[in-house]
Design a protein around this ligand. Structure first.
Ligand code: HPA
Ligand code: ZN
Length: 341
């Protein structure tokens, strides 16, 4: 397919984003604006010097900058503006459903109330539902470089607000922080009615994916790049229809893979794994949903059928009702059926 056609095809696909850290959608322009109004000085004196720092050798180098940027978020309005900016952006890319992460500990550890963080994000999501017709789910992520006890504190803080939160996740520095560290808090989270997901097999080994399934009992894996290292695990992902939410531009930016051409997603699709494409931290990794689809399709030479499957998989993997999934999937199929180049 000609590249301008490919771009146009991708832009029009109705999309679901299931792997997005709201703090990772913090664009430098908004970061500087919020820093100014909160009288906080950033380590970088200009937008361009901040952007120059966005060259990461690994996950940890990214996380250091990502946590630094989040420090300027203080008031409910700040969290609201951050989330609203993300929704406006993805609305322009035909994203119609989002399931987004937030990292409460990044904020509560600085003395920001849990409620301030949550309500800022939630109110923007609610407005997005009303005004942009974007449905949503919200996932609270535990930071795995901190202790399980700290995660329990976060769980306890969340309980009075659990009607606003759909699930819990596990993110931050993967290596040396295996799923086993969080077994009890995931169990307790499930008892409170939260759905469970975890980052696994991004930088960490394939064992972390197995352990996230076996010990944390998660129903969806974030990233999961390394699953192809284990044939038995592949069978299990297939048999149980366990979704993987992949983030190709993130994987290149964080050196999980050297080049997009090496991305495992095509192999996953060939095997029938429920793999889909998402943006992770789009302000830091060079692209939102359309750019992730486009660059991946270009690098792997994906065809229309594969692109349709990726879009369908994301709705299939979502926490929408059966009826909503069917409605969105029909729309995706109709879009591809009637698309003429
Ligand atoms: N991996 C782990 N933790 C994260 C990421 C990621 O890609 N982005 C934000 N927190
Ligand atoms: Zn992530």
């Amino acid at each position: 397919m000609h590249l301008p056609h490919l771009r146009k095809l991708i832009e029009g696909i109705p999309k679901a984003e299931l792997h997005l850290h709201i703090e990772g959608s913090f664009e430098p322009e908004l970061m500087f604006e919020i820093a100014r109004r909160n009288n906080i000085s950033l380590k970088y004196d200009s937008i361009s010097s901040l952007k120059d720092a966005y060259r990461f050798g690994n996950l940890q180098e990214f996380l250091d900058i990502y946590y630094e940027g989040a420090q300027v978020l203080i008031h409910e309005q700040d969290f609201y503006d951050l989330t609203w900016a993300y929704l406006i952006k993805v609305h322009s890319q035909n994203v119609v459903h989002v399931e987004i992460f937030f990292d409460p500990q990044t904020h509560t550890d600085r003395g920001i109330e849990f409620e301030v963080v949550l309500m800022g994000i939630y109110k923007a999501l609610e407005k997005g539902k009303q005004e942009l017709n974007i449905s949503f789910r919200l996932i609270m992520s535990y930071l795995r470089h901190l202790s399980e006890e700290a995660a329990f504190k976060t769980l306890n803080m969340s309980v009075p607000f659990k009607q606003y939160i759909d699930g819990v996740g596990l993110d931050s520095s993967e290596l040396g922080n295996p799923p086993a560290k969080f077994v009890s808090v995931f169990k307790a989270s499930a008892k409170h009615g939260y759905k469970l997901v975890a980052h696994a097999g991004e930088e960490g080994p394939v064992d972390y994916i197995r352990d996230a399934l076996d010990t944390l009992k998660v129903e969806r894996i974030d990233h999961g790049n390394r699953c192809l290292d284990d044939g038995t695990l592949i069978d299990r992902l297939l048999y149980k229809s366990i979704p993987l939410t992949l983030c190709p531009l993130s994987n290149v930016a964080l050196k999980v893979i050297e080049r997009l051409e090496d991305h495992p997603i095509e192999k996953m699709l060939d095997l029938g794994i429920l793999a889909s494409i998402h943006s992770d931290d789009p302000a830091y990794f060079g692209g939102y949903m359309n750019e992730n689809y486009y660059e991946t399709a270009r690098a792997l030479n994906l065809n229309k059928g594969q692109l349709m499957q990726l879009a369908i998989n994301a709705f299939e993997a979502s926490w929408l009702s059966k009826a909503s999934k069917a409605k969105h999937i029909d729309r995706v199929k109709h879009y591809f059926d009637t698309y003429n180049v």
